[in-house]
Ligand binder design. Structure first.
Ligand code: FEO
Length: 200
């Protein structure tokens, strides 16, 4: 005995086929390659969070508590980035597959080196986001492109902020008062949960 579905097919197989056709036709579900790429990006965002938590620990050890705060806020924001992607996959009827988070570096030679690594890392994330956008474009997945535009804008800010701090640290060099003042400034950074309508 079959179930008579809305399409009128009196058979389970036909009902399933109808649903596949329905979702594919209206592009409600994520294509598998897009789903995989977003899951990889979720992992990259969590890895970023882990990296910045490690940098925060290093700054505490080094006596730069303001910089430690700055990285701690960064740690939380990266988790929010992962959550935004997570929510998007769910909203598109996709499947989340959380992978292990790889080991991160635990020591830097100086705060300057930590911020230089931050910039290098953010440039890699920018490349990943751009690649993801290009994939969505090639698949004509307009909803994913729309979602990713927020991340593209966010990456501009991420790189600009890291560059600004690096520029200051290079000017300051070993000047104790300069380092004290910059550390104080970075210590004032506060965390606001990230949504696609705010960026700080
Ligand atoms: Fe989520 Fe800093 O990129």
């Amino acid at each position: 005995m079959g179930y008579k579905g809305c399409c009128g097919f009196n058979n389970y197989l036909y009902i399933c086929t109808h649903y596949d056709l329905y979702y594919n036709t209206f592009n409600l579900m994520l294509k598998k390659n897009i789903e995989q790429a977003i899951n990889a990006q979720i992992n990259a965002e969590f890895w970023s969070a882990y990296l910045y938590l490690s940098m925060s620990a290093y700054c505490h050890e080094n006596g730069n508590t303001g910089m430690a705060n700055w990285f701690a806020v960064q740690f939380k924001e990266e988790q929010d980035h992962a959550q935004l992607l997570f929510n998007y996959v769910i909203s598109r009827g996709g499947r989340i597959t959380l992978a292990p988070i790889a080991q991160v570096q635990t020591h830097w030679e100086s705060p300057l080196q930590a911020f230089e690594d931050t910039l290098t890392h953010e440039q890699k994330v920018t490349e990943m986001i751009n690649n993801l956008y290009a994939l969505a474009d090639s698949e004509k997945d307009y909803a994913t492109q729309s979602m990713l535009r927020w991340f593209i804008d966010e990456q501009v800010e991420e790189e600009e902020t890291a560059q600004e701090i690096i520029k200051n640290l290079r000017l300051i060099k070993d000047n104790g008062f300069g380092l004290f003042m910059l550390d104080k400034e970075l210590g004032a950074r506060t965390y606001t949960p990230v949504t696609t309508t705010n960026k700080d």
